[in-house]
Structures are given as C-alpha cells and as structure tokens.
Design a protein around this ligand. Structure first.
Ligand code: BT5
Length: 324
C-alpha cells in the first residue's frame, strides 16, 4: 500500500475518534514530518482532514473523485479483484486499456477506472456514454480456469455483485435483466461488457467492463426514456468511491464463489433479483428474433428459453425485450 492509502485507511478506521499524529506516524512507520506532508497533499486533493490537539487527525469528508490510493484504502488486503487499481483521467475505453495489459501478461485482479471515456462501448460496438466525473467507468482483468462456454457465469456474478453493492449503498432496489443490464424502476443504471480471449477449451483472460450511472444528470434525448442514474432515482448525490469500493468488494466475493465452483448458489441469488425469468420475452440475436418463456439459467449462466414451438433453446447472448 502507498503511504496515502495507509494514511486514509488509518483515518477511516479511527472514524470520529480521530488518530493522534504520533500513532499515525508509528502506524505508517514514518516520522511525523512525512505524515504532515502527506496529509497536506491529501487536503490539496479535497480530503477534509481536521487536526486538533485533542483528537489528532480526523477524516471529515472526502471529495467525489476517484483516487487509486483512496479506493485501495477501502478494500480488504486479501483480495484478488482490485489487487492493483489504476485511475486515468481519460481513456478511449477502459476495456481496451485492460485488454492491452492482459496481452502484456499482467496478473488478474487489476482494475482500471477512467473519469471519462472517449470511446466507451457497449456490446456489438454500441456507444456507451461516459460523462466525466459523473459515473463509474471501469474494467477488471480476470484469468479464470474456465472453458469459454462458462464465461457467462462471470457476467452473472458481476450483475449479482453490482446489484448487491447498489442495494447496500443506496436505498434503491435494483433489478437484473439478463444478461447484462441493471435497472432501477425499469430504467438502466448500469451495464456490463464481458470480453474474452480463449483457446479452444480454456479461457486465456476475461475483461469485464462495468459502467454505472452514479450521478449522471443529463442523458442525451435518445436515452432519456431508457437510462437513469442512482442519484436521480434516490434524489441525492453519491460519493462514487464508496459505490466503487462496494462493487469491487462484492465482485471479489462472487469471483471467489465462482472459483470454488459455487455457481449454483450464486445463480439462486441472481434469480431473486432477475426480472427476466418466468416472463414471456423476445430475444433479438442479430437479424433473428425468438419468442418464448424465459425458464431458467443453465450451469454456465446461459438462458434457457422455452420457445413457442415447445423447444428448449440455450441462449448465450442477445437483446431481451420483456413482453408486457
Ligand atoms: C452494455 O452494453 O450495457 C455494456 C456497457 C459497458 C460499459 C462499460 S464502461 C467501462 C467499460 N469500458 C467500455 O468501453 N465499456 C465498459 P449494451 O447492452 O450493448 O447496451 C448499450 C446501450 O445502452 C446503448 O446502445 C444505449 O442504448 C444504452 N446506453 C449508452 N450509454 C448508457 C449509459 N451511460 N447508461 C445507460 N444506458 C446507456
């Protein structure tokens, strides 16, 4: 951990009690001049750190910016997801940055955030709007020992983790629409883009891109009816780092469940929040449209669709319209 991360972590643990300057110096194994210098740098970034003779240092408020050290200081030391965190002011697409890292052999768990993306994308090259400083636009590198056909498990795990984090951090009740949408009151607040590189029988790496509309307030007119943000739905502003850390934590928990072969338990949680199962749906795959009843998930996370002709079809991707 960097010194900034250690200082923020100690301040956060101390809470309202504060932490004495000497104790803090001892904790980070530096002299008090170094502590003073780093506290002052954090203050310059917008961290409100009070210092009184009685309490020592106390973290009063944090700015709504993404700072890798701050994010690290909020996470458990024994994690895979978020093992290394990098924050860019602007990128083309965070999936592209992480994909390049993957090709360069970087270990799994690295997470790249961008304050804004110039070429944020959804599935099939669709545009993902990523206004600066208003949302979470990030990608995670995983190297699971899974066959390519089971990678949908990771999209299911990510959707479950994002929905759980939103539930714990806000008063909202998010719903999951298979395969990759998180909705609040029927409008999309988050999307997931799972991209992979694989051999025939083994995944090389998976890049999971996550976009969350935390405080986005102005969607372009064409999205106004279909997209919303956590802030618009809850009627209050959120500190993005808190939501980000919660998502990374939950994703780490769910990735560990996948690795332990506990996909079935995870899928049960997913099903409780999914609005697709049990409904009549139309699934658009390229030029093709299939209609039927969304019955269940299979062991790989694929959707089992009972078609109008009575066949059970296994669907791994596509756009779902839920019939009223
Ligand atoms: C998705 O695709 O929902 C996947 C979105 C993944 C975005 C993240 S951000 C970090 C990482 N880097 C990237 O470049 N991407 C990932 P799809 O299901 O195809 O949905 C795309 C559709 O969602 C668009 O065609 C729009 O209709 C809508 N959309 C675009 N921007 C949106 C936004 N910010 N919020 C809600 N909906 C949006």
């Amino acid at each position: 951990m960097t010194l900034d991360a250690q200082i923020l972590s100690a301040l956060r643990h101390a809470g309202a009690d504060g932490i004495g300057a000497a104790t803090l110096a001892l904790r980070i194994r530096q002299d008090s001049a170094v502590v003073t210098q780093h506290v002052s740098q954090l203050r310059d970034l917008g961290y409100e750190i009070e210092s009184t003779p009685h309490f020592g240092f106390r973290l009063v408020s944090v700015p709504d910016l993404l700072h890798a050290d701050d994010l690290v200081s909020r996470l458990s030391p024994h994690r895979i997801v978020g093992r290394d965190i990098q924050v860019f002011q602007q990128t083309s697409s965070t999936n592209d940055v992480v994909e390049k890292m993957a090709r360069d052999g970087v270990a799994e768990g690295v997470v790249v955030f961008a304050e804004s993306q110039t070429k944020g994308r959804g599935r099939l090259g669709r545009r993902w709007i990523s206004p600066a400083g208003q949302g979470l636009w990030f990608s995670v590198l995983l190297r699971p020992k899974l066959p390519p056909a089971s990678v949908t498990q990771l999209t299911i795990a990510t959707a479950t983790a994002v929905a759980r984090a939103i539930r714990t951090q806000t008063e909202l009740t998010p719903q999951i629409k298979w395969p990759n949408d998180i909705l609040v009151r029927g409008k999309k607040v988050a999307g997931i883009l799972t991209e992979l590189s694989a051999e025939l029988d083994q995944v090389r790496y998976v890049v999971i891109g996550i976009g969350v509309d935390v405080n986005v307030n102005d969607f372009p007119p064409e999205l106004a009816g279909v997209a919303t943000s956590l802030a618009s739905e809850a009627g209050r502003h959120f500190v993005r780092a808190e939501i980000a850390a919660a998502i990374l934590h939950e994703l780490d928990v769910d990735y560990a469940r996948i690795k332990r072969g506990e996909f079935t338990a995870l899928a049960e949680e997913w099903e409780q929040h999914c609005i697709t199962l049990g409904r009549r749906v139309q699934i658009h795959i390229g030029e093709r449209t299939m209609s039927g009843r969304a019955e269940s998930l299979d062991n790989d996370g694929a959707l089992l669709l009972r078609t109008d002709h009575g066949h059970l079809e296994r669907i791994v991707g596509g756009d779902v319209t839920i019939e009223k």
